[in-house]
Design a protein around this ligand. Structure first.
Ligand SMILES: [Zn+2]
Length: 442
């Protein structure tokens, strides 16, 4: 049994000036509490919410006796989360200051500080009693309300000072029971492709994540260089351009699409998804050629962690089980002969050193993930399934091991599911076959 959590953002209607004022005051007090707590926690090393609350509750209450008491709780929770994140960043050398700076504040609410009044309005406890707020619900909100999700007791609000609205962050939860898997669908992620193996059919999705990240990074840096020289480091124009770049990047975020395709197939077939167990460190040889540390980290996040997280998240939503296996040498060992695969000069197709059959780098990785999952999960499939272990030169008979169905980004980005692959592909697998044609023939 696992739980899926989603945050839905709903704006309030514009508030009258006087009412909005109440929330500005509330935010000021709340911010002050969080700032003090954060300073204290960073200095003393007390980061747990319970300890922080035990130590500071009395002080916070006497500071703002007019505030409902639970704001002292939620401020402690907020501060604890901020400091923990900060210490983690500092450990990685990513924090510049000695303590976390409280820039943006959203006010954390618990079940004593807010409640639903109707489906389209909420009430919030403030230093001026309970205040009713009308929401402007949208399609997505109704979808959650109407499809078996339940509203959690925690929520957050943020002030939109320009339009005098509250932005509410409502949390919806749903528990999901995963099924007993009848098979596996293995997924291998690398910097520019995601390979998916379903029932001995391999698909190679072109993602270009590396190019997307690198492109974004260099564009950003160009803007930075130009505007820093013109207007100084902290100019508004630059920030606006950054925001636009970021939005555009979010829109082109294909990992969700991919996760959807994978998880839907798994759900339909009642398969578990097999993923590589990723370490903390981006110690993968494939991104070692990216010199800049921060950039390498980002490429890693975007291509490996990002896709994995998206798949995990979608899997949780659709109650699809996920299995993790050790990724060591998955693209270097032939799963049939347990012998090394030899790749000549950077080619993605290699030859098994024992059996002589051809393997595509990403496909063999998928097969290895699949077998590791099966071996680690004897109850589901005791044999290695479709594999013929008699030592015949081409174990799977077909060309599946070295000739996956390559799918260009422009094509799959419009799909809803993998079923679409049964239709003939309009674009031939250009990049892939161009690369491998000679080898396959030879
Ligand atoms: Zn072999």
């Amino acid at each position: 049994m696992s739980e899926v959590v989603r945050t839905v953002v709903v704006k309030s209607t514009p508030l009258p000036r006087k009412l909005f004022r109440v929330f500005v005051e509330l935010e000021g007090m709340y911010r002050n509490m969080v700032e003090q707590l954060v300073l204290y926690a960073a200095r003393s090393g007390v980061t747990s919410f319970t300890k922080l609350k035990a130590l500071k509750y009395g002080e916070l209450r006497s500071l703002y006796p007019q505030l409902p008491s639970h704001y002292a709780y939620t401020a402690c929770q907020d501060a604890s989360t901020r400091v923990k994140g900060f210490l983690k960043r500092r450990k990685k050398g990513l924090a510049k200051k000695d303590y976390p700076v409280v820039n943006r504040v959203s006010i954390w609410l618990d079940d004593h500080l807010w409640r639903m009044r109707s489906l389209t309005s909420i009430e919030i406890a403030t230093h001026r009693d309970w205040v009713a707020i009308e929401l402007e619900p949208h399609k997505q909100y109704w979808r959650y309300v109407n499809s078996g999700w339940r509203l959690a007791s925690e929520a957050k609000i943020k002030l939109d000072k320009r339009s005098r609205r509250l932005i509410t962050y409502l949390v919806f939860k749903k528990s999901a029971e995963t099924f007993e898997s009848r098979g596996f669908i293995s997924v291998d992620v690398n910097e520019n492709h995601v390979a998916v193996l379903v029932d001995d059919k391999a698909f190679l999705f072109e993602t270009g994540f590396k190019d997307i990240v690198l492109g974004y990074y260099y564009r950003r840096r160009r803007v930075q260089e130009r505007y820093d020289k013109l207007y100084g480091v902290n100019c508004r124009v630059k920030r606006r351009i950054f925001r636009k770049l970021k939005e555009r990047r979010k829109k082109s975020d294909l990992k969700w699409k991919l996760a959807n395709i994978v998880v839907r197939v798994a759900r339909e077939k009642q398969y578990a998804v097999v993923l590589e167990e990723l370490g903390e460190e981006p110690a993968r040889e494939m991104i070692n050629h990216v010199k800049d540390d921060q950039l390498r980290h980002r490429v890693y996040q975007a291509s490996f962690k990002g896709v994995q997280r998206a798949i995990e998240e979608k899997a949780r939503e659709y109650s699809v089980p996920v299995v993790y296996v050790n990724p060591r040498n998955t693209s270097r060992m032939c799963p049939v002969h347990n012998a090394g695969i030899i790749y000549s000069n950077g080619c993605r197709i290699g030859r098994c050193s024992k059996g002589g059959e051809l393997w595509h780098r990403d496909v063999v990785a998928c097969y290895n993930l699949l077998f590791r999952a099966r071996l680690g999960n004897g109850s589901t499939a005791p044999s290695l399934g479709g594999l013929n272990l008699d030592g015949s030169p081409i174990p799977l008979g077909s060309t599946a091991t070295h000739d996956p169905t390559g799918i260009s980004k422009s094509l799959w980005a419009r799909w809803k599911s993998l079923e679409d692959t049964t239709k003939p592909l309009k674009t031939p697998t250009n990049t892939l076959q161009g690369q491998t044609g000679n080898l396959v023939r030879g």
